[in-house]
Design a protein around this ligand. Structure first.
Ligand code: ATP
Ligand code: MG
Length: 260
């Protein structure tokens, strides 16, 4: 099957430093791919290129092919269409992802206001449906509230709902569970798993936590210092890590996690 996202020999240089140094990553339609690795290894920078974001003043080379087109060569207008419609990203901190002064309804209908032709009423029904989809209780009341009323885990669900508004073919989840405690984490992971099945969307799932990765992803890539040092089906990589760095990560996991 042709890849939905195909990153080839991506290099991002800034001030003489190679922040991303020849990365190849593919995501097939509907596939969940994990990206793990130590802090500063280039995971977020790599993922952001799928939306056409690159750091100011950086020199970028390589190809970021999304469904047959090089994202790095798109015009501003084409990028806007891509971000609004086909690729969405959820970030680590659920508070910064939501605007504190706007109601949940306003934040979830933003997409329709910018891109769509829905009436206010239709957009509102859609917002309620999205909240329901991410298992927010009493969505009709929830849309009239402001973010501070919700717990961290709830806010992360709302941020996910907002990313789902455009029905993306690819959802990039960047450390979405890192800031949450373990039981809330498990809830968000379950949610992402079932959304994947319900919506058939592909996901690029970034985390430094291999235990989380083991649960969610079909295949994974391990990055270190701007390079992919190991990749393969998650089960294989975790059962028999080849690279010394991956081995150290796997050794650090509690036994029960690897045995699954
Ligand atoms: N906008 C930017 N301008 C300059 N340097 C940057 C920028 N964004 C990231 N970097 C640098 O690029 C390197 C890779 O950063 P990146 O955010 O991709 O790491 P990461 O693997 O996502 O780390 P973490 O796990 O901490 O989120 C780091 O050294 C970082 O300091
Ligand atoms: Mg990051």
């Amino acid at each position: 099957m042709a890849a939905l996202l195909d990153i080839r020999d991506l290099r991002i240089q800034l001030g003489g430093r190679a922040l991303v140094d020849g990365v190849d990553i593919t995501v097939a339609p509907g596939e969940v791919v994990g990206l793990a690795g130590e802090s500063g290894s280039g995971k977020t920078l790599t993922a952001l290129t799928s939306l056409g974001f690159v750091p100011d003043h950086a020199t970028v080379s390589g190809v970021v092919d999304f469904d047959g087109r090089d994202v790095l060569a798109l015009s501003k207008r084409e990028l806007k269409a891509l971000r609004g419609d086909r690729v969405a990203m959820v970030f680590q901190d659920p508070m910064t992802a939501l605007h504190p002064m706007l109601t949940i309804e306003r934040q979830l209908t933003e997409h329709q206001r910018v891109h769509g032709t829905m009436s206010r009423r239709q957009a509102r029904d859609r917002a309620i449906e999205l909240l329901d989809r991410v298992r927010i209780p009493d969505p009709k009341t929830a849309i009239t509230s402001y973010p501070h009323r919700f717990s961290g885990g709830m806010r992360q669900r709302i941020a996910i709902a907002s990313a789902l508004a455009c029905e993306p073919e690819l959802l990039i989840a960047d450390e979405v569970t890192t800031a949450l405690d373990v039981t809330v984490q498990a809830g968000i992971l379950n949610l992402l798993q079932s959304l994947r099945v319900e919506l058939g969307m592909a996901m690029l799932f970034i985390t430094h936590d291999l235990a989380v990765m083991n649960v969610v992803s079909d295949r994974l890539y391990i990055m270190r210092s701007g390079k992919v040092v190991e990749s393969g089906p998650s089960r294989d990589v975790l059962a028999d890590p080849q690279h010394e760095y991956t081995r150290a990560l796997v050794d650090a996991l509690p036994d029960t996690e690897v045995a699954k």
